[in-house]
Design a protein around this ligand. Structure first.
Ligand code: FO1
Length: 305
């Protein structure tokens, strides 16, 4: 029985790592957000895909959650000396990924083919699928600064400009591989990712929601006690949902799509009726935490580990 896992951001990749450690990796297919992707310094940068790739490949910087462990930034220092764009921290090793990806895309490979080669080269046994081979541009409509590209808002401006709306620009189609994986999936896990900017891009693809409605869908809450473990979600919920940040607000956002929801102990309040809820310890500090939380989510999903 195959498990499909929808991922974006650092939290999503961390739990995916637990799922891949808890199951035979070949039974796991990650469908990853590409809305964060952008062209920077002439290179195609795919943060959510690379965070999954490095995390599953055991190469990621565990504390930061993104980029490579033991990274150096000599190239970025030269960019800075020239007055170039140094606000997005591209490490020397990470540049190897962007250079190779940009070259292969220019040769006509799809992003799906590029990521399959990367996963193979890094001995990542789980399938890592971009949600789409088409471009999608997540942009943030703000109160004071107009409409900003995602990384400009998140990284350059440290997510300070208040969010009025999230815009998904483009008309991406799911890849055939994604649709086939969803067809075969009896269980779909939604990681503890930002629903608005990491998961909604995937759910907005034509044909995805219909396929999810036929599967058993279990999400893990990205909000713990009203706060986000990482990132701007807790500030986005009041702006976008008009209610305080909570696990219940996340469940309400996903609506009837969810069959089950894993939340932090104490966050069980106000959850929709009919939703199967499991309270657990959802903050992952160690690899063991990741596997433990993955096991809880898989058990709620009805998948033996
Ligand atoms: N996040 C930051 O907060 N600052 C950075 O300088 C930064 C660089 C970076 C480089 C490569 C990469 O794959 C991710 C990077 N991230 C950085 C994280 C990234 O902006 C976010 O993790 C995702 O876009 C959120 O889903």
């Amino acid at each position: 029985m195959s498990v499909v896992y929808l991922s974006g951001g650092v939290g999503g990749a961390r739990l995916l790592d637990g799922v891949v450690r808890a199951l035979p990796p070949r039974r796991v297919t990650a469908v990853v957000n590409v809305g964060d992707d952008f062209d920077h310094l002439g290179l195609r940068v795919c943060p959510d895909l690379d965070t999954v790739l490095y995390t599953l490949g055991g190469l990621g910087d565990a504390a930061r959650g993104w980029g490579l462990a033991g990274e150096t930034f000599r190239a970025l220092e030269m960019v800075k000396r020239y007055g170039g764009s140094d606000w997005f921290a591209l490490g020397d090793g990470d540049l190897g990924t962007h250079l190779t990806r940009t070259q292969w895309l220019a040769e006509g490979l799809t992003l799906t083919e590029v990521m399959a080669r990367f996963a193979d080269a890094l001995d990542v046994a789980a399938r890592v699928l971009p949600m789409s081979d088409d471009r999608l541009r997540t942009r943030i409509e703000t109160d004071q600064n107009g409409v900003l590209d995602f990384q400009d808002w998140l990284v350059r401006r440290r997510a300070q400009p208040a969010v009025r709306a999230v815009r998904l620009e483009g008309d991406p189609r799911p890849t055939p591989q994604v649709l086939a994986a969803l067809e075969d999936a009896e269980v779909v896990l939604i990681g503890p990712s930002n629903p608005y900017v990491s998961i909604d891009p995937i759910l907005s693809l034509p044909g995805v929601r219909e396929r999810l409605e036929r599967a058993r869908v279990i999400a893990v809450s990205p909000i713990v006690g009203g706060r986000a473990v990482k990132g701007p979600l807790a500030e986005m919920i009041p702006r976008l949902a008009g209610r305080p940040a909570s696990a219940a607000a996340v469940a309400a956002h996903y609506g009837g799509l969810l069959d089950g929801f894993v939340v932090e102990r104490g966050d069980e309040g106000e959850l929709p009726d009919g939703l199967e809820v499991r309270a657990s310890a959802t903050v992952m500090r160690t690899p063991r935490d990741r596997v433990q939380l993955a096991r809880e989510a898989l058990e709620l999903a009805g998948v033996a580990t």
